[in-house]
Design a protein around this ligand. Sequence first.
Ligand code: MG
Ligand code: MG
Length: 305
Amino acid sequence: MRCRVIGAPVQDGASQLGCEMGPSALRTAGLITALAELGHDVSDRGTVIPPQPRSIRHGNRALKALPEIVAWTVALSAAAYEVSEGAMPIFLGGDHSLSAGTLAGIARRAAEAGRPLFVLWLDAHPDFHTLDTTASGNLHGVPLAYASGQPGFECFPALAARVEPERICVFGARSVDPAERAALTAQGVTVHDMRAIDEHGAAPLLRDFIARVEAGDGMLHVSLDVDFLDPEVAPAVGTTVPGGATLREAHLVMEMLSDSGLVTSLDIVELNPFLDERGRTAKLLVDLTASLMGRRIMDRPTRSY
Ligand code: MG
Ligand code: MG
């Protein structure tokens, strides 16, 4: 497969600094080599640079770095649209606000291709706040609401196409604010929280969603937030929530997605190398990406660290 890797070192959407170093850590942990070893035609398209932010006023005084995140969204939307032509983009974050841009660009690409776009949101949080409902004001909590066309994003770039809420599956949630819960339910977003994963297992829930994508001849964007994983295995994130996906649950999700052959774009977000332990979270993310891109346990030589 043709893979295009793009760095998106956004950190203004998170409360803690450090995600700016995420793309470097993922490259250092061997992401490009791992993809090449799997036989993919991979090229590193470098790092997106946002335009100069313009001042923006908003009634919610809690909002942080709104001009900066809007500037990133403009740049990343254009980059995602451009790089997704005939290739699978892999966006290296950066905090999760980057997905406002990547989803906007990919949704435009899917609309032009006449195909429905589905989104699998692997995250402890649904990131479904609007600019009016967020109390923390951290804009990594809003990208899914923006990209699915929720109201109140007039100061963000207008969407060429939105992601239909019924085509979104939030998977692994365990921290959902009341305003988000109400909006997710009203909009018909599928949410498989950790309780559902405990009760039914990750596989049947994911299989159902994959079947929907396949039946609709859809494109599938996967957005992987580090906090989808349990902090015991992935400590390098500023928003840890206990009780996340285990190492094997996360690999199983990636392996099933690989088998499906349906994934057309990927975000890897919220890696904060400043909080990591000797790069172990970055290495884990490279291994998960390799599973998504076709690495099989039976093919895998033992690695010595
Ligand atoms: Mg997130
Ligand atoms: Mg999260």
